[in-house]
Design a protein around this ligand. Structure first.
Ligand SMILES: [Ca+2]
Ligand SMILES: [Ca+2]
Length: 158
């Protein structure tokens, strides 16, 4: 999954209580880099009825301090005490793409400018709206998105 800095995303975990008594799970979602350092985390405590199964959604989480061009791993786990009893099964990594890099090829160039141009003025739900070209996530491809490409034009991650 490709994201940009500030983009929200979620971690889903399906948790089941296999007992005929109520149980409390600690559900932890975190994002870590390739050194294994946790960059962002979120913890919730959830109570389950006997034999209940439920999907826990952690987030929306964001990574304000993420680095462009880096791939981060996502993990969600449900614990009872120290025991891991369930874990996430959604895409387990996010790649942070550069601002202005609409097609996520690690270069900001004419193709990105063209993508914004093609979707220019289009609002969410309209034909031609391009979610990737709407870099500030405000539901319209506008001068702000064009400026994002302009400000980053020529940047490249090798
Ligand atoms: Ca590009
Ligand atoms: Ca926009």
């Amino acid at each position: 999954m490709d994201i940009r800095i500030g983009d929200p995303f979620i971690i889903r975990i399906t948790v089941r209580n296999n007992l005929d008594t109520e149980q409390t799970f600690l559900v932890i979602g975190f994002i870590y880099d390739k050194r294994g350092w946790i960059v962002e985390g979120m913890t919730v405590s959830e109570q389950f009825a006997p034999f209940e199964s439920r999907e826990i959604v952690l987030g929306p989480m964001t990574m304000p301090d993420a680095q462009e061009g880096i791939t981060y791993n996502l993990f969600g786990g449900a614990y009872i005490g120290q025991d891991l009893v369930a874990h996430s099964d959604n895409p387990d990594f996010v790649r942070v793409v550069m601002m202005g890099d609409v097609n996520a090829d690690n270069k900001v160039n004419i193709f990105d400018l063209a993508s914004v141009g093609l979707a220019y003025g289009k609002k969410y739900g309209e034909p031609g709206y391009d979610r990737k070209a709407d870099m500030n996530n405000d539901g319209v491809v506008s001068i702000f998105d064009l400026a994002t490409v302009g400000l980053n034009y020529g940047r490249e991650i090798k």
